[in-house]
Write a protein that binds this ligand. Structure first.
Ligand SMILES: *Cc1c(COP(=O)(O)O)cnc(C)c1O
Length: 395
């Protein structure tokens, strides 16, 4: 394996520092390294592989489409874009969808829509629109997404970034009331913060955000790129709050772990601010992406993966909450999206779990984030519980 690491490190740009583990194969919730050791994957490419690695139905859709046609620019129609659009719009209960490729592009698109809606519909003076974001968010790495970030280490050296962004603590409704003014176009948040540490919002916070948005004519943008599509035991994490946003952003597992595709969903009164020539993407909505995404959504529903996520997640959470350990500060999450917050650095504990066959990674230094594929089987969940318990108990 050392040759492989050396080769990769020689040529890779230096913007990642991966674990010393090289994977070569995956199936369902399992992955194998180049020495044929197997692991239960509790990272899932950061919730990209909700449907499991190399799902046969998604691969079949990919293969069949790749032998027909893979690329039609949006200068023309294709025979499956409309089918995909109908499916995703009906799942999200929105009238319109705009396909992009990556999560960060969906965020960029939402920022453009919010700004244009602010001036065209709300009547805010040109260049005066403001967007409110949460501290501890993660919305991607492009310049618009970075402008929403509150984390200085992500932004330092990359300025000038976008102006007119305001920040508040996730859950601080008092602060939100003080920030909203006649120039506010949108509030953007993850209904459960992922990268920020599996942060579940305080009760009623999301509902109060919705009420304030209605009261002040502000768009509610829900970034469900990581927590959407069954990850938290609901199709959308917003359902936990019984609230619908004005704009949904999806990505990651929308492509079934196989092909990048992201989506911006809104009703026509919002989406109509974009007209021909104001936005686009060469690869967005291409036939291969649509075929894969249709299969990925079908698998989620046909295999009851949302219910599975809720059940298996609850079981995992219950067991983790029983672990007797002085270093566990908090165990939280919804569905198969769980954070174990430690009182100390989590990296060495993740390393021990990996040695025992459970792949996981820390976030924010001291939080172990667990997000296995939703297809994880009973005995695999049992193994995850056993390994974590052994590693953390009596510490
Ligand atoms: C991963 C992620 C993004 C960015 O997606 P990319 O495909 O990496 O650009 C945006 N928002 C959230 C919540 C994410 O988890």
């Amino acid at each position: 394996m050392n040759d492989l690491f050396a080769l990769t490190d020689q040529y890779s740009s230096n913007n990642y520092s991966p674990l010393k583990l090289a994977l070569t194969k995956g199936l369902g919730a399992k992955v194998w390294d180049v020495e044929d050791n197997s692991y239960i994957d509790c990272i899932s490419g950061f919730s990209v592989v909700n449907q499991g690695h190399c799902h046969p139905k998604i691969i079949k859709a990919f293969q069949e489409q790749s032998e027909k046609i893979t690329m039609v620019s949006r200068a023309l129609y294709s025979d499956n874009l409309g089918k995909w659009e109908e499916k995703i719009c009906s799942l999200a209960n929105k009238e319109k969808v705009l396909p992009m490729n990556t999560g960060t592009e969906a965020i960029e698109t939402a920022i453009k829509i919010a700004r244009k809606w602010g001036s065209d519909v709300k009547g805010i003076a040109e260049n005066q629109g403001e967007i409110i974001a949460m501290n501890g968010n993660f919305h991607g790495r492009t310049l618009g997404a970075l402008s929403l970030s509150s984390q200085e280490s992500y932004k330092k050296g990359f300025g000038p970034l976008l102006d007119n962004m305001q920040y508040m603590d996730f859950g601080d409704i008092t602060r939100l009331k003080s920030l909203i003014n006649e120039n506010t176009t949108a509030i953007v948040l993850e209904p459960i913060q992922g990268e920020g540490g599996v942060n579940v919002p305080p009760d009623y916070f999301i509902q109060e955000v919705r009420n304030l948005c209605d009261e002040h004519n502000v768009l509610f943008i829900a970034d469900e790129i990581q927590v959407g599509l069954g990850r938290t035991g609901k199709m959308f994490a917003m359902e936990w709050e019984g609230v619908e946003p004005d704009i949904y952003l999806l990505g990651k597992s929308l492509g079934g772990g196989l092909y990048p595709i992201s989506a911006v969903l809104a009703n026509d009164d919002v989406m109509k601010v974009l007209t021909p020539g104001t936005h686009g993407s060469t690869f967005g909505g291409n036939p291969l992406a649509c075929a894969v995404s249709i299969a990925a959504l079908d698998v989620l529903i046909d295999e009851n993966l949302i219910e599975r996520s809720a059940e298996q997640g609850q079981k995992l959470l219950n067991h983790l909450q029983l672990i007797d350990s002085n270093i566990i500060k908090d165990v939280r999450g919804r569905g198969l999206f769980i954070g174990i917050e430690l009182t100390e650095a989590a990296q060495s504990y993740c390393q021990q779990m990996i040695e025992q066959g459970v792949l996981c990674k820390e976030t924010q230094g001291n939080i172990i984030r667990l997000a296995p594929p939703l297809v994880i089987e009973d005995e695999e969940i049992d193994k995850v519980i056993k390994v974590i318990t052994e590693v953390l108990e009596k510490k």
